[in-house]
Design a protein around this ligand. Structure first.
Ligand code: SAH
Length: 219
């Protein structure tokens, strides 16, 4: 996975590559799918959600320019895999998940890997972030937003980086936002498909009728 899917496609940050080599991805997928854990694809997890394709996790993590000790907010804990990768790099992560069942499973997995010193899992609507814990040096949204969530942008530290898939529920563009004072520099980073961000800063519940996409996206 690391050599072919990540390094072979241009992921260069050695800390990201090492973390993804170290975190056992099979722990984060449903047990009947463990033989696909290192495949080049997103996989379905509980309550109709998905664990992202390894390349997408690597790309988003690299875009954050993670360093040990950095404070990171993740919106959309899902399986807990992205949070585990960030913690394996040494980041201190707050991750928010709207489904309590997923949050509980993620906590159990992170505990098994002894990563709970670095990761706090919270249940709730993360689409408006965590203003009382701001500023964050990095924010990663692992669900599709209709636009760059302004509330999250405002919670970036100076020079902080926000990575968020922006678009329709069917197709998004990965967007990197870097804060320079009151200015926010946005750069696009390619097409992607995520399950929708639901909630105040995301899509309204009624707007999301489609079944989420679990197939393979060839970029
Ligand atoms: N990062 C995850 C993948 C997340 S899938 C991983 O590594 O496995 C997207 C997740 O975002 C889903 O679990 C979904 O329930 C959650 N989600 C969607 N809207 C949310 C919101 N407003 N607040 C918190 N979590 C949300």
């Amino acid at each position: 996975m690391v050599e072919r899917q990540l390094r072979g496609r241009g992921i260069r940050d050695e800390a990201v590559l090492a973390a993804m080599a170290a975190v056992p991805r099979e722990l984060f997928v449903p047990s009947d799918l463990s033989r696909h854990a290192y495949g080049d694809e997103a996989l379905p997890i509980e309550v109709g959600q998905a664990i992202s394709q390894p390349y997408i996790v690597a790309q988003m993590t690299e875009m954050l320019e993670p360093r040990p000790g950095m404070r990171v907010l993740e919106v959309g804990t899902g399986s807990g895999y992205q949070a585990a990768v960030l913690a394996a790099i040494g980041c201190r992560v707050i991750t928010i998940e709207r489904h309590a069942e997923l949050a509980a499973t993620a906590v159990a997995r992170l505990a098994q890997l002894d990563l709970l010193d670095l990761v706090r899992v919270e249940v709730g609507d993360g689409s408006l972030g965590r203003p009382d814990e701001a500023p964050f040096e990095a924010i990663v949204v692992t669900a599709a937003a209709p636009a760059v969530p302004v509330a999250l942008r405002e919670q970036l530290a100076e020079g902080g980086r926000l990575v968020v898939p922006v678009g329709t529920p069917e197709l998004q563009e990965m967007v990197l936002v870097v804060r320079h004072g009151a200015d926010f520099e946005e750069s696009p980073a390619g097409a992607c498909v995520f399950v929708p961000l639901v909630g105040a800063g995301g899509f309204g519940d009624g707007q999301v009728r489609r079944r989420p996409f679990f197939g393979r996206l060839r970029l």
